[in-house]
Design a binder for this molecule. Structure first.
Ligand code: SAH
Length: 274
């Protein structure tokens, strides 16, 4: 029997050649530094029950490539990217359009409505997360979404929030979203048929409010139902007919602080139900 040397043959301080000015890791090095990411994404996808479509779109690879492009385009919010890597966007669009589901484009979902571009969905949700306190930045808390549409964004919100209430004013879309979301079994997501301009009083206040349709102004009910310390992100008509912009409202103890961001293009926020 041989006895093993007790000390490692190379002293670590001699082996490591210190760099004078460490340079920041490149994007591909950072990806290598987080080898657990693909495993986490795959686990989330498995939990979300991505069913085989026969189109090759159920493979993790297509979504991971979409996420790589979103990251290259400037989206760096990791929890949002992980959720987008897991939620199967192709299941929320018509089969004829499924091949385009992972392109950065908005797509028709019927009744003159559209599913928003992944980059805009990612930007809006990351703006919501950025408004959370450092301790709570991994979760959106209790969320209100106005404009369920086909339910894609609602699915993402349910991955990132503790409880999500999503309102849609068009009955056929509300029902379609219910059908599309059922296999994903998001127990913390409730779909509501109604006029989202009134918000949803029974479960207020909300830590995060997000709208997928834009009006002339931010409805008073949304401001009332936003929790103190909460954030609202919504498209709104810019003053002077200059198209739509994203508006952020942060509520503090004493005021609602409003700021304007990127130009966007959303469907109109309408009154009543149909
Ligand atoms: N988030 C959606 C995008 C839907 S498009 C997705 O991921 O697919 C915007 C939706 O807002 C449309 O379905 C439209 O019917 C709805 N909408 C417009 N005004 C509304 C209102 N007052 N209340 C609820 N939904 C509204």
């Amino acid at each position: 029997m041989t006895t093993r040397a007790r000390t490692f043959p190379i002293q670590l301080d001699k082996a490591a050649v210190p760099r004078k000015t460490p340079r920041p890791a490149t994007a591909s090095e950072q990806a290598m530094l987080r080898p657990q990411r693909p495993v986490q994404e795959a686990a989330l996808a498995a939990r979300l029950q991505v069913a085989p479509s026969g189109l090759g779109l159920d493979s993790q690879g297509v979504r991971t490539r979409m996420v790589t492009r979103l990251r290259a385009g400037g989206l760096h919010c990791e929890p949002v990217l992980a959720a987008m890597a897991a939620v199967p966007r192709h299941l929320f669009v018509d089969t004829a359009l499924a091949a385009q589901a992972y392109e950065d484009t908005s797509l028709p979902i019927g009744l003159s409505q559209t599913i928003s571009k992944p980059s805009v969905v990612g930007l809006m949700i990351s703006l919501l997360l950025a408004g959370r306190t450092a301790a709570a930045r991994e979760s959106l808390g209790k969320v209100l979404e106005i404009g369920t549409g086909c339910g894609y964004q609602a699915a993402l919100l349910s991955v990132l929030g503790s409880q999500v209430y999503s309102i849609e004013r068009l009955k056929p879309l509300h029902e379609k979203a219910r059908e599309l979301l059922a296999p994903l079994r998001r127990n913390n997501l409730r779909l509501i048929y109604g006029d989202g301009r009134l918000g949803h009083g029974p479960n207020a206040p909300y830590d995060s409010i997000i709208a997928a349709a834009g009006g002339e102004d931010i409805p008073a009910a949304w401001l009332d139902q936003l929790a103190v310390g909460g954030r609202l992100v919504a498209p709104m008509q810019a003053p002077g007919g200059r198209g739509q912009v994203l508006v952020i409202v942060d509520r503090t103890e004493t005021q609602w602080h409003r700021s304007q961001h990127d130009a966007v293009h959303f469907v109109p926020l309408k009154s009543g139900t149909e």
